[in-house]
Design a binder for this molecule. Structure first.
Ligand code: ADP
Length: 427
């Protein structure tokens, strides 16, 4: 792919005195996802991804979006796709810059205010979005032992973007930050304190950007200030986590030291007796790496029934497949346990919010998760739950004591909002 990214088309008219665009980057180990947003009207200008970085068949997919286009539907522009080798993250970001330039949205534009980076693990160090400098890079690097899969990829993306636009504020938004308000009683494991502290073993939680956004949006849906509501957020994607949010602050979440703890997920086991691991080592003669792979990649729904896509699982359940039914039941059982646990943690619950791919789309999951909980004030209205819709919506019966809601998550918008606010403070 060509080296020079930026000169293919003239930039849109610029307003150099008030740069308002934010590029959001989510760099994984073999992929980069991006969105360009204009924070003047919170519109999306473009989105895209580069997948299978380092392979011969890398994919570059880019969608120019009309103002106000949705994050997932690609509304407003024609998607461009090409396959071919993209050697590394440097080449991936150059491919992205090249695509943006074709739409007159080049990275050299004076309208670009900042770049916001999703960083998975900020440990206890980062409680809020942070302007990246050498010290911040060092700290993210020192956290690699607790996030071996994610932080190295995030760092590569940051370093590449910094080389592309060294003059711009580059801001890290951490998946863990929202959860740093958890009290010690929720954040600590009941193990020897000295050992835990020496190895930074505690519950950090993830998906924080989504939990923050969705809990706030839920308050808005209820017509209340975030400080006045208690919400249980159920982020059910391929990875899944629950959180208990009291007055806008997280007080508990289901993921822990790593994203393995908690709910049953697409390929991860979630909660388990830790002794299963020793048992598999001693009796099953499996290595730590083998068990790591088993629990992270071959467990959860895929381990239980061979499929991790809830659509396929529901199709199989409808067709009478017993294995898929058992997987679904185990998934729901765990989810219900967390709803009950967080109800008890919060004491008073104003809303339960479902979000992410499964939470937003799978009505049978939502129905089953609150079935039998009317004593807790929780129920869904069958018609509301079954109706399709894009935006945030209530699915509980009118007048219900506890609102049950579907609230589409928007992590990119949340990262862009936090990035823009911090970049603005600097100027
Ligand atoms: P992640 O970001 O964790 O990869 P998403 O939030 O995009 O995941 O969710 C992906 C999952 O959402 C899919 O694996 C699938 O199980 C589920 N999903 C997507 N659309 C639907 C649908 N219409 N019905 C049921 N499940 C769906």
């Amino acid at each position: 792919m060509p080296d020079e990214p930026s000169s293919a088309a003239p930039s849109r008219p610029s307003h150099p005195s008030h740069p308002s665009r934010v590029l959001v980057l989510n760099s994984g180990s073999s992929s980069v996802k991006y969105q360009l947003l204009d924070m003047r009207d919170r519109s999306r200008l473009a989105s895209g991804l580069v997948e299978r970085i380092g392979e011969q068949t890398s994919l570059v997919r880019h969608t120019p979006l009309a103002s106000g286009g949705g994050p997932r539907d690609g509304a407003g522009g024609r998607t461009r796709e090409r396959t071919g080798p993209v050697a590394d993250h440097d080449a991936a970001l150059k491919a992205m810059a090249e695509e943006l330039a074709l739409d007159g949205l080049g990275l050299d534009s004076p309208e670009l205010a900042a770049i916001g980076h999703r960083v998975v693990h900020g440990g206890m160090h980062f409680t809020e979005p942070t302007v990246i400098d050498d010290a911040v890079l060092d700290t993210i690097e020192r956290l690699i032992p607790v996030a071996p899969l994610h932080n190295p990829a995030n760092l590569t993306g940051i370093r590449t973007a910094m080389a592309l636009r060294p003059d711009l504020p580059q801001i890290a938004v951490f998946d863990t930050a929202f959860h740093t308000t958890m009290p010690e009683s929720a954040a600590r494991y009941a193990i020897d304190v000295q050992t835990a502290d020496e190895h930074h073993v505690r519950r950090y939680g993830f998906h924080g950007t989504s939990h923050a956004y969705v809990s706030r949006e839920t308050a808005r849906l209820l017509g209340k200030a975030p400080e006045d509501v208690n919400v249980i957020v159920l982020h059910l994607g391929n990875g899944a986590s629950a959180s208990a949010v009291r007055g806008g602050r997280c007080v508990d979440t289901s993921m822990g030291l790593t994203p393995l703890e908690g709910l049953v997920m697409g390929t991860r086991s979630g909660d388990m007796d830790p002794a299963v691991i020793f048992h598999l080592m001693r009796v099953g003669e499996m290595s730590a790496d083998e068990i790591d792979t088993l629990l992270n990649k071959k467990s959860g729904l895929v381990g239980l029934c061979g499929d991790n896509d809830m659509r396929e699982i529901r199709r199989r359940v409808e067709a009478g497949d017993e294995q898929a039914k058992l997987a679904f039941d185990i998934y729901i059982h765990r989810l219900k346990k967390y709803i009950g646990a967080y109800y008890a943690v919060l004491g008073r619950v104003d809303a339960v919010a479902f979000t992410a791919g499964v939470g937003e789309n799978a009505a049978p999951v939502r129905e089953a998760a609150v079935a039998g909980l009317t004593e807790l004030g929780l129920a869904v209205d069958a018609e509301r739950n079954g109706a399709r819709g894009d935006g945030s919506r209530l699915i509980s019966p009118a007048g219900a004591r506890v609102a049950v809601a579907v609230v589409p998550t928007d992590e990119e918008m949340e990262i862009a909002t936090q990035t823009y606010a911090l970049a603005g403070k600097r100027n």
